[in-house]
Design a protein around this ligand. Sequence first.
Ligand code: MN
Length: 438
Amino acid sequence: MTRFAWGAASDTGRVRTGNEDFVLAAGKLFAVADGMGGHSGGEIASHLAIETVMRIYDEGGRHTTDALVEAVQLANDALVARAIVEPDLKGMGTTLCAMALVDGADQPVIGVINVGDSRLYLLKKGELEQITEDHSLVATLERQGRLSKAEAAVHPQRNIITRALGIDQKVMVDSWEIVPFTGDRYLVCSDGLFNEVDDAKIAATLRRLADPSEAAHELVRLANEGGGRDNISCVVVDVIDDDHRSHPDESRVAAAVPGSDRVLHTVLAPRRDLALDARPDPASSGDLVDLVGPPAGRRKILTWRLVLFFVALFLVIGATVLAIVYVGTSTYYVGLDNDEVVIFRGKPGGVLWIQPELHEDTQVSRRQVPPALIAELERGKEQSTLDDAHRYVANLKQQVDALKPPPTTTTTASTTTTLPTTSLPPPAETPVGEVTPP
Ligand code: MN
């Protein structure tokens, strides 16, 4: 029977006020979650994630690595659902790194699942190996050869992770299966440890202290000594019984998995993205892996919402501008321009930046306009269409005509035929004596 001995420690560190890490050490299941988010979202996220995985591992009939991956998906669902119910917790998330004894193809194995930048290390025959791959910005840059391991270790943005639980509807889960051998020592830890204590010192401590609990507490102490700038969590797990699966059996395991040189290190095969295999989405998985920047899920959501927001904003602005232009140019008014009555296109005084334009002259001048209409024309008499404006002007012209002085005054200027009878007295009535000078 495969059995473990273990010890765990978790500490707030020397800078933070609360501990958002959560640690589980439960006989066959060991996990570390590093939560984030305001309003105690981080504490809730890490706790909820581990609680969910533990419940499913305890309840579940089958103990397999696939079941562990499914449990992580369900934990993700639980976090997303909780954040919907409690808006204060929006944006909460957590890393999750766990190992559990599960049924392998032909023997018990250690199933490993990882999301985020907490880590699983294996100390085997005195050599420390990092099993998990960090889902972090600096780890991505390091894999791309753009940062050295030493540069990554001190990079100011090494806290930016590219995967976490609780951020998106789907979560990509890395998984491995490892054959346990007596004497192997595992370490599950949060970044608060390895950001303060380098791998050489972690390895030396794990070699030096035989008691797993003592080793876990010593690692926490060293991280605090190194600065303690983050919460620190460590679970040390020793394989103390492997059903006598000692070294002669190693060749049998190797033969069972042909072509895998990792068997020598007892890692049978890295098995990745199982959940996405069930619901393939190559486009988004590619984005997530290659993303350089803030946590992938969050960024994706933000980008999607921002695009929608800006599209809506531009539509609203565009519609508003069109409406203003329409209002400012679609109507006409009759007004005065330098004492001439004219038709303007637009609104009297303009609409915002749109000024009225002179559309046409009417051949009517200000002094011809009936006095009662002057004020109206000075304000500008609005017309909804050009035809209306023309009708108004035609009407105005009629009034102008009607107001013309009586025929007596007009005829003086118009004809000469009536001149003798109207402007001059009859010659017969003219006294001869007045005409003739004395
Ligand atoms: Mn942390």
